[in-house]
Design a protein around this ligand. Sequence first.
Ligand code: ADP
Ligand code: MG
Ligand code: ZN
Length: 665
Amino acid sequence: MSELETILRERFGFDSFRPHQAEACAVIGGGQDCLLVMPTGAGKSLCYQLPGIARGGSALVISPLISLMEDQVAKLQAQGFRAARIHSGRPREESRQACFDWREDKLDFLFIAPERLKVPGFVEWLAQRKPSLIAVDEAHCISAWGHDFRPDYRLLGQRLPALRPAPVVALTATATPMVQQDIVNQLDLQNCRKLIHGFRRTNLAIELAELKPSQRADGACKLLAKGENLPAIVYVPSRKECEALAQQIAEFTPCMPYHAGLGADERDSAQAAFIAGDISVIVATTAFGMGIDKHNVRTVIHTALPSSVEGYYQEIGRAGRDGLPSRAILMWSWADRRLHEWFLERDYPPVNEMRSLWNSLGHGGADFDSLCAELELKPNVLGGRLDKLAAQGGAIIDADGFISQGGNDWIEPYERQLAHKHDQIDRILNFAQGNGCRMLALLNHFGDRDDGRACGKCDVCAPQQCVLKSFREPNEAEMSALRLIMGALLERDELSTGKLHRDNFNEKQLSRRDFEELIGALEKNGLVFTMQDEFEKDGRTIQFKRACLTDAGRETGLELDGAVMLPDVVGAKSANKSTKRSGKAKKPSATTSPADPEAVETLKAWRLQQAKSEGVKAFRVFGNKTLEAIAATKPATKDELLNVPGIGPAKLEAYGDGILEALRG
Ligand code: ADP
Ligand code: MG
Ligand code: ZN
């Protein structure tokens, strides 16, 4: 260890290791394959750079972004290391020179872009001199489950063996346990050490506020009008909102928009102005922020539910890199799920559309523009679909950009990916609806098991510190319902929430959904906790939830005055209202109530018939999860059906009538 510390001080000029760096350097320096998952800014680069120097020879680094590569090379050169890079933005002569320097053993580090792996003979050339270490940065890009999938990263699996026996270290800031396993498998990491650390952010207060979409711009402006909340990044779901909100904010504080529809120059200048502090707010779609190094961001605002927990964590991670108190505010409502379903239908078209694209690809290799014309598709639409097809081997895009038909076994993986996207939406929605500490929920998501303490700062842990979300005292009816619940639990603890509702209320008095909100409030106020349980019925496992009193809850008992605050949601429950108006008693969402087994059977029979008539596999029509969600909520109208997770506008259009009819039958 002392040798590594000496290198740290003398060669890198740092006084001490940051948390977990020493362990990672020791593992990687010792020659073991390693998966290193730590959040952005934790100092992952040092964990391959230092072992690279310690092991001697040259380290090869694969990195997906030119900007990241340029940044790393400049830093290493400034520290006196010999570093070079090869990517499409470099003059050919200099790339050639880098290759020669590599072979002549004149480099400590060579950075390459993944596209290079496609160039015939390139890896063989590199392999003339074996690297002492191979680092794959932003390794989640290799996984189709990751949120930045890059097809070229897939080539690593085939190309790395030629460069072995060097140890391979894969680094990423954003990988769920599933993505982690995918990285290990695809890179064929041997006897791999997994180091997953540091996701807890102790200076970040996470606040979720349920707001109608129409209230969110004003909410953001209210926050940004206060100097102490600046600088700030505001993430918005669309270009249109990006432009509009940036304009609104610019009326009181310097602000610029940033989205993929702007020219590269405009984007660069907005980013530069933000980093330099010339503007205090940047309003951006998700494209913004990868690799930016700005330490004093005080606030990150999301004006809509993000599309995944990983993406969300990455984005809020840009707040408070300086370690000072910072806040991440997420505005959301149930309606946001529909927005995501819509995006998903657009970006991941149904298999039959993908199949007709696949059919129209020839073997000779067509160029992109003529394909656009032939298929009458917009370039961005075709581009998106081709990427997805290429990712699963259904299209082959050669180094010159010519496109030809690939294998025909892309359908299943494509469908799996589609299911995964739906799952991501469910997960972020579960996060938003969660009643526990927000930070713990995020740590759990990444598989980072630290000491398990609640953060003490989020809207659940410290509601009194919220800056956007507001709370109110329960009204009389709510208070008496809360007392009924507490009384029942004092009498008999660990009741299932379904029974608790059935035995104490009728649906007209207090709907199941409103009841669950009261349970949620008791949980958020620390009086009750809930746990998932299950039982077997007719050979099937049925999930349900039990409510239990906490110590504080038992102590408080029925003395609830001042002990429970409810979130003050202004008009956010349009879904709830519409079901009330329809006069039908509606059960809550699938996450909180078990599916009715009979309805599940009915729906399965309907699905089988539907699948047969379309000539597709049953899960293509609906996954089991969606089916169970329908069975749990028993929607009576198309509106209600649209509220079920997994049902977007397109599915509604295609199957809505069929499902409703099956349920009525
Ligand atoms: P990551 O890749 O995990 O996002 P980086 O490797 O880019 O993070 O490191 C973030 C910053 O932290 C860099 O500016 C780096 O120089 C700095 N850094 C890394 N390790 C240390 C250390 N032990 N002491 C001081 N600064 C460090
Ligand atoms: Mg990094
Ligand atoms: Zn918390």
